[in-house]
Ligand binder design. Structure first.
Ligand SMILES: Cc1cc2nc3c(=O)[nH]c(=O)nc-3n(C[C@H](O)[C@H](O)[C@H](O)COP(=O)(O)OP(=O)(O)OC[C@H]3O[C@@H](n4cnc5c(N)ncnc54)[C@H](O)[C@@H]3O)c2cc1C
Length: 465
């Protein structure tokens, strides 16, 4: 039995680990395009900021740890073609040598690549790139390029295009490094994955920390500045009212999302679903004989929405594990995502799980969203913080559909969003959240936890409708 996983990140490595765990006799190979298997790319912003001192610290496991599990790593090796009928994978090594690898089961974990938006100067002949201080950010290679710019060109200023969670983490990181950061976002508010009320609080935190935030601003062009100007790059954008906005900066980071990397699977005959990701069933089967796929390259089964695309590291780990188990003859299903996520922005954190109003409506619910506030622990004990909450429930059934939170990074925002995620996962009503037996001691909580206060506010409001 020879299992090959393509991709050395969360999905591919999780699959390989699970397979070796279940069957120590299975031959498991992982084909990785670069030399950095099992790196926590989620930690890149904290290496860039200097909080994580060395890039090697980002490895979930070292190469030696991985090999000790019995898997064999083929680094700097790119999968080029899958011959489904012959069960062969054609790979090339760094020097271009081709090789055909036979497999019994194949798991595609090729992940995602950063979106390159239609900004003049980013593509085509003479396109600007890392040597000019213009960066995309996804892989360890991208990270090394960013670090080269930071250490060799010593930029004083940066423009970040995009204010999703990676853009926000990088605004935090570059500010911590001492750069003057301007963040440009074409949507009306930052962190568009939460409601604008909470996005506005993230926006305020950025502004307090000295980040210039330009929302409703669409970047049109990035170009080299003539010598003698303040920054070596010029970023031209259009504000929502049509006025021109120009900023000069030494460095530009474009982080506007990812798209699934599916070329290998498509050429083998895989079909595509949401956002052009590989269609898989909940057992992570692609429909091609003996070929599974997992992670950012596949569609995501959402517990409330059905098929969607939600590229997240937590999901990639779970899907990879399911694929690895099933490739060995298992019968496990990916239980589904709720899009649970949390992001730290300087000293604040924002989190969400489940659905917001517009998503709930699209899924056939009748959502009601209620805002509430509570302290993270008893206010008489020093250091308490307010938590801002938004609870979404279904008017007809009282079912909890979604929760969004914003508050201090030490206010256990992540723990509290996970309580909500657990409640939604188990189809609880909002009212039932009040019945949960949650922990309490004044320095750490309240007799009614903040999430229960939020749930009670929702129930009070819903009763009056
Ligand atoms: C800066 C940053 C911060 C993030 N923060 C978070 C976070 O806080 N929480 C969270 O849940 N998620 C986070 N994510 C997202 C998370 O990292 C991804 O969802 C996750 O890495 C996806 O894993 P994957 O294995 O599917 O794909 P990827 O990580 O994209 O890896 C794909 C792998 O496949 C390899 N590959 C691709 N094509 C080939 C080929 N043809 N042959 C051989 N190898 C190939 C690549 O080299 C790579 O090893 C973050 C991402 C970034 C970039």
């Amino acid at each position: 039995m020879h299992l090959i996983a393509i991709g050395g990140s969360d999905a591919g490595i999780s699959a390989a680990l699970r397979a070796r765990e279940l069957d120590p006799a299975a031959e498991v190979s992982v084909v990785v395009a670069d030399a950095y298997p099992n790196f926590s790319i989620c930690g890149i912003p904290y290496y860039v900021s200097g909080e994580v001192p060395h890039w090697r610290n980002l490895a979930h496991r070292s190469i030696a740890d991985l090999e000790a599990t019995g898997m064999s790593l083929r680094l700097d090796t790119t999968a080029r073609r899958i011959d489904v009928a012959a069960r062969k994978l054609m790979v090339t090594s760094a020097d271009g040598t081709e090789e055909l690898l036979g497999y019994d089961k194949l798991i595609v974990g090729t992940g995602a690549v950063p979106v390159r938006p239609p900004i003049s100067g980013l593509a085509g002949p003479g396109a600007l790139g890392p040597d000019d201080g213009v960066h995309l950010l996804h892989s360890m290679g991208d990270t090394f390029a960013v670090m080269r710019t930071l250490t060799q060109a010593a930029p004083a200023s940066a423009v970040i295009v995009g204010a999703g969670y990676i853009g926000l983490e990088m605004a935090d990181a570059l500010t911590v490094r001492g750069l003057q950061v301007t963040q440009m976002e074409q949507l009306p508010e930052v962190l568009p994955t939460v409601d604008p009320d909470l996005g506005a609080q993230v926006h305020a935190e950025l502004a307090t920390r000295g980040v210039e935030v330009l929302t409703g601003t669409t970047v049109r062009q990035i170009s080299r500045n003539p010598a003698g100007q303040t920054g070596r790059l010029r970023v031209e954008a259009t504000a929502a009212d049509g006025t021109a906005v120009t900023r000069q900066a030494d460095m530009v980071l474009v982080v506007v999302g990812v798209r699934p990397e599916v070329s290998l699977a498509v050429s083998a005959g895989a079909t595509l679903g949401a956002r052009g990701a590989i269609t898989v069933d909940r057992m992570m089967r692609t429909g091609l004989p003996e070929v599974y796929a997992a992670g950012d390259c596949v569609i995501t089964h959402h517990r409330l929405l059905g098929e969607t695309y939600l590229p997240l590291g937590t999901t990639a780990h779970k899907q990879g594990r399911v694929a690895g188990e099933n490739a060995l003859g298992g019968n496990r299903e990916f239980a589904g995502s709720l899009g649970t996520q949390v992001v730290k922005i300087f000293d604040q954190a924002a989190a969400r799980t489940g659905l917001r109003d517009h998503e709930a409506i699209a899924a056939g619910f009748e959502p009601v969203t209620v805002a509430a506030e509570a302290d993270d622990h008893k206010a008489y004990y020093p250091g308490s913080h307010r938590i801002h909450m938004r609870f979404t429930g279904d008017r007809a059934t009282g079912r909890l559909l979604g929760v969004q939170l914003f508050g201090h990074r030490h206010a256990e925002i992540a723990k509290r969003i996970d309580i909500a995620a657990t409640a939604i996962f188990h189809n609880m009503t909002v009212d039932a959240v009040s019945d949960l037996d949650l922990s309490y001691t004044p320095p750490l909580g309240s007799p009614w936890d903040a999430v229960q206060i939020g749930a009670q506010a929702w129930v009070r409001h819903a009763r009056q409708l």
